[in-house]
Design a protein around this ligand. Structure first.
Ligand code: NAD
Ligand code: WQD
Length: 344
């Protein structure tokens, strides 16, 4: 199949592109590079030895997206293009709602015009909100979110469900990711946040490489075994494999199907710090700080549905995630950007 990856130059999109190409699919990338670099596309080609058609395009822009559908015979769309910084979404809610929801609407409209019927969506564990019991199962109702970013995911899931209800030809796969970390084992592609990282693993990697002085752990008084929050961290290559299976599944599926993609095993912030240290032989300086607003004490996935329906399971463990993150970071201390001094 030919798969359009909206936001395909980003962290999860670039790893998925490699796995799709390795599985024999063709890949078209549309990205405005608002949170990524064209260099990621070069590296995807380098890793796979295959050509990727790429467009610098804002996928809110219907003209730009129409052109992509006119120039390529797309069989399936994966929608990664979104803004994802939780704290920033509280400061700039309108920008988040505009970007995340408009990209989805534009893609749906242009797909309909072009006769493309398969849509795989980057959703998130955040849609389970604060009310559900753990582990999270796909049959649970969506909960209420503590921030606009989370609400965009809830709203986009609802939009996609309504669209599929009204159009029996439309197939939608909602992939709810838990906490993706790690990098391709080559260290050629990886997570490259702009500015100060919001997420734990890139922050640790930047402390390890000397870009940050120390990690602040947001709270050690949670009702968890060591007092720090627990999450379901998943290797980005396992996540990428989940997308390949979802694309194959979408070929013959009908309606909307939801899959959790997590390992089912929670690890605490301290587990991550100590495993990173053990796996890589590096000390991570850290100090305890106050809780971060909106953080839940712990959650993890029940991913049995993905195992049963997609024959998918996470194969890589936390050591692999920590080793591959460091392999990427040490080879690319400033991510895809050359030189020092660009980040704050
Ligand atoms: P990312 O920022 O690395 O990738 C998103 C890509 O979309 C970037 O390359 C960015 O430049 C592009 N983009 C944003 N708005 C665009 C627009 N209007 N037009 C074209 N391109 C646009 O993020 P990621 O971690 O790869 O996440 C991919 C998707 O997965 C996002 O939708 C995110 O919300 C979702 N998700 C991520 C996580 C996570 O922890 N990384 C967890 C759950 C869900
Ligand atoms: C993990 C743990 C922090 C940074 C977010 C989004 C979620 C999803 C994945 C997209 C927490 C702690 C972090 C630091 C720390 N994204 N931490 N010091 O918050 O579980 O999930 O990314 O959908 O929607 O909310 O991930 O990596 O930010 O935090 O102590 O400098 O690490 O408190 O316990 P989170 P995270």
């Amino acid at each position: 199949m030919t798969v359009l990856l909206a936001g395909g130059a980003g962290y999860i999109g670039s790893h998925t592109a490699v796995e799709l190409l390795n599985a024999g699919h063709e890949v078209v990338i549309a990205d405005d590079y608002s949170n990524s670099c064209p260099e990621a596309v070069n590296r995807i080609e380098e890793l796979t030895g295959k050509k990727v058609v790429s467009y610098e395009a804002d996928v809110k822009d219907a003209e730009a997206v129409r052109k992509i559908f006119a120039e390529n015979k797309i069989d399936c769309v994966i929608h990664f293009a979104g803004l994802k910084a939780v704290g920033e979404s509280v400061q700039q809610p309108v920008r988040y709602y505009r970007n995340n929801i408009d990209t989805t609407l534009t893609l749906l409209e242009c797909m309909k015009e072009a006769g493309v019927h398969r849509f795989v969506f980057s959703s998130s564990a955040t849609v389970y909100g604060e009310e559900n019991k753990i582990p999270y199962v796909e049959t649970m109702k969506r909960g209420s979110c503590s921030n606009p970013y989370g609400w965009t995911k809830v709203m986009m899931e609802e939009i996609l469900e309504d669209a599929a209800k009204a159009d029996p030809e439309l197939t939608v796969v909602l992939l709810r990711y838990f906490n993706p970390i790690g990098a391709h084992e080559s260290g050629r592609i990886g997570e490259d946040p702009q500015g100060i990282p919001n997420n734990l693993m890139p922050y640790i990697a930047q402390v390890a490489v000397g870009r940050r002085d120390h990690l602040t752990i947001f709270g050690d008084d949670y009702p968890t075994p060591d007092g720090t929050c627990r999450r379901d961290y998943i290797h980005v290559m396992d996540l990428a494999d989940g997308h390949v299976r979802a694309v194959n599944y979408a070929k013959d599926a009908k309606g909307v199907t939801v899959f959790n993609l997590g390992t089912g095993t929670p690890y605490s912030v301290l587990d991550i710090v100590h495993t990173f240290e053990d796996a890589n032989g590096i000390k991570i300086a850290y100090e305890m700080g106050p809780r971060r607003a909106g953080d839940l004490p712990e959650f993890w996935a029940d991913s049995n549905k993905a195992t049963q329906v997609l024959s998918w399971e996470a194969k890589r463990n936390l050591q692999d995630m920590c080793r591959d993150t460091w392999n990427w970071q040490k080879q690319n201390p400033n991510g895809y950007r050359q030189g020092l001094g660009e980040d704050k």
